[in-house]
Design a protein around this ligand. Structure first.
Ligand SMILES: [Fe+2]
Ligand SMILES: [Fe+2]
Length: 184
């Protein structure tokens, strides 16, 4: 299992500088900020790790550039969540699998929520199905991991701050590895 952590570290080392059009921070900075927000808010180590890794599916994708500009949904929540489910418990994988559903739920149930989405998140919302219908909302909120997914989603929106300085890349990735090891 430690091998998987080295692979994850390698993914962020290699692709962490990736930067989507319409986002103010790199993938690694976004991951790091979401992890910090989870920690500050007293999340379990598993939910902190989910916050860190919720967008790993983008990095596992072979698609170049900014997928939403090409009207392409890379289904990164499924790619990433299914990948993490092979290594970690549902406490890590499920909030990742559900973070797009959480966005659709929040946009549907909170009229102000759309206003906090980044340009890239607004573009992807339509591709991901847009607002939920009543049945979809009920199914989502009844899921045992819905609350964790909503928490993660709120950190997701906040974790795009260009003025929040991240430690050196090597140190940020080391922090990720230590957290991941504690979740094995
Ligand atoms: Fe995402
Ligand atoms: Fe994200």
């Amino acid at each position: 299992m430690e091998t998987f952590i080295l692979i994850i570290a390698g993914i962020y080392q290699e692709k962490g500088d990736l930067h989507y059009d319409g986002e103010d921070v790199s993938q690694l900075a976004h991951a790091w900020q979401c992890g910090q927000l989870a920690k500050i808010n007293g999340a379990s180590p598993q939910l902190q790790l989910a916050a860190w890794l919720h967008d790993i599916g983008h990095l596992l994708s072979k698609k170049e550039g900014t997928p939403t500009i090409d009207a392409y949904d890379d289904h990164h929540e499924q790619t990433g969540g299914n990948y993490l489910a092979k290594i970690f418990s549902s406490d890590v994988a499920q909030p990742v699998l559900m973070h797009v559903l959480a966005k659709r739920y929040l946009v549907t149930t909170d009229p102000d929520y759309r206003g906090v989405l980044s340009q890239d998140s607004i573009r992807s919302l339509k591709l991901q199905g847009g607002e939920m219908n009543i049945l979809e909302c009920e199914e989502f909120i009844a899921h045992p991991y819905a609350r964790d997914a909503i928490s993660l989603r709120k950190w997701d929106e906040l974790g795009k701050n260009p003025n929040w300085e991240m430690p050196a890349k090597v140190n940020a990735i080391a922090e990720l590895c230590n957290l991941a090891e504690s979740c094995l």
